[in-house]
Design a protein around this ligand. Structure first.
Ligand code: ADP
Ligand code: MG
Length: 730
């Protein structure tokens, strides 16, 4: 990271520091300089802007003290500025010549009197920031504004106080001694207005987060042990308590339905517009809304542990992260202010040397305009504003992006590697067949298998356990349980060693499955998964679990293919099964029977070919590959989401989320490039025009007041453009 423009903060004492990590809640940071971390509120030592509180707290996010302060100063400045402006402009309007009606001296001093409070009271904050930037040797926009306004004010005051020390052509130009008090006043008022607009627009960028924060209801209806119901504050709910949620009510905490059933709108978390049916045993998430029906839930996760809270934390943190593309802006910003000051000086001396008479007036106007029109903050805001809005936009559709770097990388992904079970498929299979070899009965086989699977978190396990429950089989106790990711499980039940899994795992127990492979292949042809069951070194049977392809998968893959992505399947399952699913989905490259390490190696080998690889997995056995991939996409399944480690989390484990993430990445990067282009272009064009580049051709010299208006609008337009991302289709 380039810190060149914000390193010299020693003068700020211990309260502000440059941290490698991002600021934590309760601290303060600058959206343009997230490396700045402060314990107390104040101004950013790098750019002088007011620091934002780091918070996922509604009150802090809605805190508009700074905005109200700027707005008050603006309104105070306005009558003074308008008066001094009319006074000064009267100079050039026939019949309104205040200079002659008031007399030269009175005319001048009245303007000085009106401008002084604007500059030092309303603009005092800017001058202070400017002063700090010089002392701290971190020049920023406030340096420029301070020098510019003080130059205009100081020059005018000097003419009033010491007219004799100025050349006569200056004193007797067009309408008598030239004064630039009104320029100083107008600049301050316009910068204040710009700050008001900018702060207002910046407030809009946190709307996505505020919407999320508004989801959790402030109170819950607690059902006491005696069955009576009372309202309690959300913060007082503890795990295990039973809560009633009525039609139209929001689910207060993550929980499990224990009674009743309801249609629940989960779109605020998942982006999925279709409401879902929830009945006893189902999980429900904090913040989701009951459309119809009434349920009693048991609190499973409360407070910061809820999915909603974790999403909020993740979004807030991602919004503060820094995109690599910003490095370019940082480098420019580091040199920006010194270059602008140099340009202003150059303009001054060139006008003095070759300008028309009175040279000093032209030189002053041009150099003040240069200082005022330059806008380093447009450069600084270009990237972070788009990142904040873009990340928020994704969250609204259940696409959680870990940081700005991921947002930037996603657009250049070449290959998408998909895990099969739980990613392409529902991962909620059902047991469709049992075959036994030898004397063992079907029910006994299922009872033993389910007993062991009960300890496993694999989607296959659930299907097997459910089947056993359906047949009312009594499950036994297990010891020595061992789960081998991507292969299966083993344990001891009633003194027998049970092994359940793929051929590789059974092979390790010296059980050969080859003789029964034909029977297994028969099931695999339809895309079902076959797991072998061995007891005490003997192959005793197989279980067939059919897993449906997610409804959304074909369309999502088609869209991704169309956008130029190569799509691969990487599964730990058998080749036959993988091919059946792969053919149905028209996936052209299938890698089957991979261990978790082999999945990792596959990703690595693609990367070695220079490809940018995204891997979508359900996280259970895909951890090494997810970590290796340039973009690791975790599929949210229900409420248990490993989103803290993934680059992208799709709250609803739906591959359409990948299409959305890619669109979001493309559009956000486009937006950032527009902003950067605008900011560069604006400054590259504005500074020479202000310096008087058009004068030799068109006789046009920009007034410092117009320069101030242009400067104030430039950063507002950057934020305005970023805010467009709120409404894009992804
Ligand atoms: P995928 O890569 O498609 O997500 P996994 O790597 O999770 O599949 O699993 C690979 C294979 O390992 C499964 O097809 C199955 O044969 C076996 N396996 C994994 N976990 C279990 C389990 N809990 N019970 C039985 N078999 C399992
Ligand atoms: Mg899987």
């Amino acid at each position: 990271m380039d810190n060149s423009h914000c390193c010299a903060h020693d003068s700020e004492g211990d309260q502000t520091s440059i941290a490698a990590s991002v600021a934590k809640p309760g601290q303060f940071t600058c959206p343009m300089h997230p490396e700045v971390v402060a314990e107390i509120a104040g101004d950013c030592p790098a750019c002088g802007m007011a620091l934002d509180p780091v918070s996922v707290d509604k009150v802090a996010l809605q805190d508009d003290t700074e905005l109200r302060h700027m707005r008050r100063l603006f309104w105070i400045s306005l009558p003074f500025t308008v008066s001094v402006f009319i006074l000064a402009m009267g100079d050039s309007i026939p019949g309104l010549n205040f200079r002659s009606s008031l007399g030269g001296q009175m005319f001048g001093w009245l303007q000085a009197l009106l401008t002084t409070p604007v500059l030092f009271w309303c603009g005092g904050l800017f001058l202070l920031r400017g002063w700090r930037s010089i002392v701290g040797r971190a020049p920023n926009m406030w340096t420029l504004i301070s020098i510019g306004t003080l130059a205009a004010y100081g020059f005018s005051l000097a003419i009033l106080l010491f007219p004799d020390s100025f050349p006569t052509d200056v004193l007797n130009s067009a309408h008598g001694a030239p004064l630039y008090f009104e320029a100083a006043a107008v600049i301050i008022s316009l910068v204040l207005l710009g700050q008001v607009l900018e702060l207002r627009a910046r407030g809009q960028t946190s709307l996505a987060l505020l919407e999320l924060l508004d989801l959790a209801p402030p109170i819950a209806i607690l059902i006491d042990d005696d069955g009576s119901e009372r309202e309690v504050a959300l913060a007082d709910v503890v795990v295990g308590q039973q809560l009633r949620v009525k039609p139209g009510g929001k689910i207060p905490v993550d929980g499990e339905v224990v009674q009743g059933s309801a249609t629940i709108d989960e779109s605020m978390l998942t982006g999925e517009p279709l409401a879902v049916e929830r009945s006893p045993g189902d999980a429900v998430s904090s913040g989701t809304l009951i459309q119809s029906g009434s349920i009693v839930i048991r609190a499973v996760r409360v407070g910061e542990q809820t999915l909603l809270s974790r999403i909020i934390d993740l979004v807030a943190q991602a919004q503060r992260s820094r995109a690599p593309i910003q490095r370019l802006a940082d480098i420019v910003a580091g040199w920006f202010v010194p270059i602008v000051v140099a340009a202003a000086l150059a303009a001054y001396f060139i006008w003095m040397a070759v300008g028309p008479q009175p040279e000093m007036i032209y030189a002053l106007v041009a150099s003040v305009s240069v200082l005022i029109i330059a806008c380093p903050c447009a450069l600084g805001l270009a990237t972070p504003m788009s990142v904040i809005v873009g990340i928020g936009r994704g969250a609204r559709d259940g696409v959680l992006i870990r940081d700005a770097e991921v947002l930037e990388t996603f657009q250049s992904v070449d290959v998408l590697v998909c895990d099969k079970t739980g990613t392409l498929t529902e991962g909620l299979g059902s047991l469709t067949a049992i075959e036994t070899f030898g004397a063992i009965k079907e029910d006994e086989l299922l009872r033993l298998a389910a007993t062991v699977e009960r300890a496993s978190e694999h989607p296959l396990a659930d299907a097997i356990v459910q089947a056993a429950i359906k047949r009312s089989l009594e499950l036994a106790a297990v010891t020595d349980f061992l789960s081998i990711a991507g292969q299966g499980i083993q344990a001891k039940v009633e003194d027998q060693t049970i092994v359940i899994g793929n051929a590789a795992l059974l092979g390790e127990h010296e059980i050969d499955v080859e003789i029964e492979n034909a029977r297994a292949d028969h099931h695999r042809g339809s895309g079902a998964t076959v797991v072998w069951v061995g007891i005490d070194g003997q192959l005793v049977g197989l279980l067939v679990v059919a897993d449906l392809i997610k409804n959304s998968t074909p369309a999502a893959l088609a869209a991704l293919r169309k956008s130029g992505l190569r799509i691969l399947m990487a599964t730990g399952d058998n080749r036959k099964t993988a091919e059946a699913i792969g053919q149905e989905l028209k996936i052209d490259e299938i890698h089957a029977e991979l261990s978790p390490i082999a999945k990792h190696d596959l990703v690595k080998s693609l990367q070695d070919k220079g490809l940018v690889v995204a891997l979508a997995g359900d996280g259970i056995n895909d951890a090494p590959a997810l970590a290796q991939a340039d973009i690791g996409i975790a599929m949210g399944t229900g409420t248990d989401i490993a989103m803290e480690t993934a680059s992208v989390t799709l709250v609803k484990g739906d591959l359409r989320g990948i299409v959305k993430a890619r669109n979001l990445s493309v559009k956000t990067m486009q937006n950032i490039r527009q902003n950067l282009f605008f900011a560069f272009f604006y400054n590259a064009l504005g500074v020479p025009i202000a310096a008087g580049a058009l004068y030799p051709l068109f006789g046009f010299l920009l007034s410092p007041m117009l320069a101030a208006a242009a400067m104030s609008l430039s950063s507002v337009s950057v934020i305005g453009n970023a805010l467009r991302l709120r409404r894009i289709d992804i």
